[in-house]
Design a protein around this ligand. Structure first.
Ligand SMILES: NC(=O)c1ccc[n+]([C@@H]2O[C@H](COP(=O)([O-])OP(=O)(O)OC[C@H]3O[C@@H](n4cnc5c(N)ncnc54)[C@H](OP(=O)(O)O)[C@@H]3O)[C@@H](O)[C@H]2O)c1
Length: 331
């Protein structure tokens, strides 16, 4: 189930038929995670919270990494109450700040703890006005792509030291509408909220697939997943304070069409834990329009599988973040 053998045509029909006859993958299928340590970015709410909860329930030691300490602490408390003895903590990380990414990764490395799973889940969507981060980047591109790129690079030595380690990058159906504006990655000439989001989600897939190609065959596994449509705070967080009809309709649309966060987390959990998932796999809901349905392999756009664009984005990401990332290097 790798990127090279992404299902097409007859294979998709077969998968659809099997999907009808095989029981859907569920959290009951998560293998025993005891002895495994995971970091879930953005685990204080939505899909990240559901992912963190299910991993913890399966026995993993989980760190929720996000900005909001109160939200993170509440998530940890809720999980500990539901799962007495749960090994879960919150640690502050702002992916839109390279200083924060460096500080977080340095603290993790200093502790010398092993790391088996990094779920690059945190994200922001459709910020109505162009915002720039302290590093001077457009906020959606910085939070959704540049921060996770730097974080993965800085944590790579820990992941590479663990057999069976995985990096799961959370993309979106929005990637189908994405284009990488290499001459204006920061959207400084033209800013459109959805185009900037779609670009960042396409960047997620280009990164996840390129990492799968660059990693050693016996190294950590890079895979991607998307949740379909899930009723989470994503839209309301991005559009906070917007009272216009379009914004209110969009927020309502996610609540009406979306499955719950636990359903949206299933492809991410399957990508994170299931045996048989190959490097470069892409998982998502396999129901109508990919909005919801059983978690399994799904297709990505031709642009997401463009190797030239992936290499170009990698070089640009190294230059912008100042973080060199050589996953295949000896050592
Ligand atoms: N919901 C959907 O229908 C849907 C569809 C496709 C893809 N996705 C993807 O799923 C992922 C999770 O989204 P969600 O729907 O679960 O929304 P959500 O509940 O808003 O979760 C996003 C999380 O990201 C964290 N975050 C935002 N900016 C951050 C930053 N600078 N540094 C660190 N953490 C940050 C937030 O926590 P703090 O505020 O504490 O930082 C928040 O908990 C995103 O990547 C999104 O693009 C969602």
């Amino acid at each position: 189930m790798g990127e090279a053998d992404q299902p097409t045509g007859a294979a998709l029909q077969r998968l659809a038929r099997d999907g009808l006859t095989m029981p859907a993958w569920s959290t009951a299928d998560i293998p025993d995670q005891r002895g495994r340590r995971a970091i879930v970015t953005g685990g204080g709410s939505g899909i990240g919270l559901a992912t963190a909860r299910a991993l913890t329930a399966a026995g993993a030691a989980v760190t929720i990494a996000a900005r909001d300490k109160a939200k993170g602490a509440a998530a940890v408390t809720a999980i500990r109450e539901a799962l007495p003895g749960a090994d879960i903590v919150f640690e502050r990380l702002d992916l839109a700040s390279l200083a924060s990414v460096h500080a977080f990764a340095a603290a993790v490395r200093r502790r010398g703890e092993p790391l088996d799973l990094l779920v690059n889940n945190a994200g922001v969507m459709m910020l109505p006005r162009r915002e720039t981060t302290a590093d001077g980047f457009e906020r959606q591109f910085a939070t959704n792509h540049l921060g996770p790129f730097a974080l993965t690079a800085l944590l790579w030595p820990l992941l590479a030291a663990r057999p069976g380690a995985r990096i799961v990058t959370v993309a979106s159906l929005a990637h189908w509408r994405g284009r990488i504006a290499f001459d204006d990655l920061d959207a400084s000439r033209i800013y459109r909220p959805y185009a900037a989001y779609a670009q960042s989600k396409l960047a997620n897939l280009l990164f996840a697939f390129e990492l799968a190609r660059r990693a050693k065959p016996d190294g950590p596994l890079s895979v991607a997943a998307h949740p379909g449509i899930a009723a989470t705070p994503l839209a309301s967080a991005g559009l906070a304070g917007e009272t216009g009809l379009r914004s209110r309709l969009l927020i309502a649309w996610y609540d009406i069409v979306g499955q719950d966060a636990a359903g949206g987390a299933l492809p991410i959990l399957r990508a994170s834990t299931a045996p048989g998932v190959g490097a470069g796999a892409y998982l998502g809901p396999r129901g109508p329009f990919g909005f919801r349905g059983p978690a399994g392999p799904v297709r990505s756009s031709a642009l997401a599988r463009d190797r030239v664009a992936a290499a170009r984005l990698w070089t640009a990401s190294e230059a912008l973040t100042g973080v060199r990332f050589e996953p295949g290097a000896a050592g």
